[in-house]
Write a protein that binds this ligand. Structure first.
Ligand code: SAH
Length: 250
């Protein structure tokens, strides 16, 4: 597993001290790529104090204005969550998750997302993910401190890296690269437009349709070739819709 292909993404962190503690947890475990999506206070001396000897990770941290920017080029995205959400997603513990990441991080860009101290990741953010990771806890109190959650996940990656290699997953020899987040997002937009066009999706009452479709595609993981085929089908469908409208004078 190539740790250089794994990024830790902190979304809207409020306390700079947590950012420093995350940098330290990462450096202890050998991870180095820290992304900060719109942190409230950064750079900040409290982050530096808490990072101790991991100040270099703060210096090289990539700060972005949006989550999309931070993960546009990623093919595999894991979202961490302290609690269950409205639409269940595949949820794994950190150890099992580390196995999945191990199978991908040699050839793919992997992101692990961590949420806000007060309310975690939003449902929309969690729906960008292929998998959800939950650290098992006492039922009385499931929410860990942000940096402690990063520590647990990073430790499991470290342990996985040190473990004897499993035979590569069938995926490793796949004939086309897996789609990036950016291209998946273009596909979802195209899909939504088309579903509205054929009147399968009512924009006034969308319910959870797009969330469920996102979950479906996140589960199978499309490669770039499959993604192009689906987009081709959508484009042709849209042409038929247009022709239908012209024909019926609508
Ligand atoms: N009250 C928030 C918890 C936020 S804790 C909520 O209910 O979602 C801040 C972040 O730490 C979370 O967004 C998540 O990234 C991580 N975290 C905390 N506890 C976790 C757990 N048990 N499993 C996985 N991630 C956890």
């Amino acid at each position: 597993m190539n740790f250089d292909n794994i990024r830790i993404v902190l979304v809207n962190t409020t306390h700079p001290g947590n950012i420093g503690a995350v940098a330290r947890a990462m450096k202890n475990m050998g991870l180095s790529r820290l992304y900060l999506v719109e942190p409230r206070l950064f750079p900040h001396e409290e982050a530096e104090w808490r990072a101790v000897s991991a100040g270099d990770l703060l210096e090289s941290a990539v700060v972005t204005a949006t989550l999309d920017e931070a993960i546009a080029d990623c093919q595999f995205v894991v979202g961490t969550s302290a609690r269950g959400r409205r639409i269940p997603w595949p949820v794994l513990d950190p150890r099992t998750c580390a196995e999945h990441i191990d199978q991908r991080a040699d050839n793919e860009q992997v992101a692990i997302l961590f949420g806000r101290e007060d309310r975690g990741l939003t449902n929309e953010e969690l729906q960008l993910c292929n998998l959800h990771l939950h650290i098992p806890t006492s039922e009385d109190y499931s929410s860990l401190n942000l940096a402690m959650a990063v520590q647990v996940v990073a430790y499991e990656l470290r342990m996985r890296q040190a473990a004897p290699q499993l035979p590569a997953e069938a995926d490793a020899e796949w004939d086309a690269p897996f789609a990036t987040r950016e291209n998946m997002e273009r596909f979802y937009q195209h899909l939504e437009e088309t579903l509205v066009g054929i009147e399968f999706l009512d924009p006034a009452a969308p319910r959870q349709l797009m969330a469920r479709l996102r979950r479906l595609y996140a589960r199978v993981r499309l490669d770039e070739m499959e993604l192009n085929i689906l987009r081709g089908i959508l484009t042709e469908t849209q042409k038929w819709v247009e022709r239908g409208k012209q024909g019926s004078g609508r």
